[in-house]
Ligand binder design. Structure first.
Ligand SMILES: [Zn+2]
Length: 242
């Protein structure tokens, strides 16, 4: 049965030996994004390069097949392509096509991005939708308005000489909220898990160049920790003496 979709601790297209975000280790499985509830040590995982880079070492698949957005992977007589899901860096929807029939698996998906950017949803005969907020009382307001409300709240707290504390998912949401609030001129202090700092530590790099956002602030805090770091301004040309 090539048109069969089953659930067994994860969604599967058994006719094509393809698992979608399974909860247990499988031989070939799609990992939609790097949050740890989705990452398992599969024998071979299908994922975006960004997702692979963000999965912690202990949860990395043993082998992988990286697929970028817009690329096509042949799977038997079918084909797989990935589309951005807007949930976090590297997050992907999987679109599977075979013999005039198509399935779309969304993983965690976010349709509306700040700045009124919409996530593209490809058409499909069968839709498998991650339903984390699948109850009618979850109604999300406009992202730009939400950012505005958060910014006003932070400003009120600061005006009252109180430090506002925002609780965000350490991977993905923290960066998204910081990016959205940066336009209001706030400065951020992060808990160790959120951070850029860990990327620096893991890379083992002796020299670090920071680009976009709080380049000088971050470079300065790295230098305080003994890392040779410099901020690059957007109009500077980059010539690295390696
Ligand atoms: Zn997630």
């Amino acid at each position: 049965m090539t048109r069969e979709v089953v659930w067994d601790r994860g969604v599967a297209l058994p006719g094509h030996r393809l698992w979608l975000d399974p909860l247990v280790v499988r031989s070939f499985a799609f990992i939609s994004h790097a949050h740890t509830d989705h990452a398992r040590r599969h024998k071979e995982a299908l994922l975006t390069p960004q997702t692979l880079a963000l999965i912690p070492e202990a949860r990395r698949p043993r082998g992988w097949r990286m697929l970028g957005f817009g690329e096509i992977l042949r799977r038997g007589e079918g084909s797989v392509s990935l589309y951005p899901a807007g949930h976090m860096l590297g997050s992907a929807q999987l679109h599977f096509q075979h013999d005039g029939w198509s399935v779309l698996y969304t993983g965690d998906i976010k349709l509306r991005q700040p700045g009124r950017i919409e996530t593209f949803v490809p058409r499909a005969d069968v839709l498998i939708l991650e339903s984390t907020y699948g109850r009618p009382h979850f109604r999300f307001s406009d992202p730009d308005e939400t950012v505005e409300v958060i910014a006003r709240w932070c400003r009120r707290a600061l005006d009252s000489r109180v430090t506002p504390v925002l609780l965000c998912h350490a991977l993905g949401k923290t960066e998204e909220v910081m990016l959205a609030l940066a336009q209001y001129g706030f400065r951020f202090a992060l808990e160790k898990r959120c951070e850029l700092m860990e990327v620096v530590e893991r890379s083992g790099a002796e020299q670090v160049y920071t680009v976009h956002g709080y380049t000088e602030d971050f470079a300065r805090s790295l230098r305080r920790k003994g890392v040779r770091a410099w901020a690059l301004e957007a109009n500077e040309q980059l010539a690295l003496a390696l």
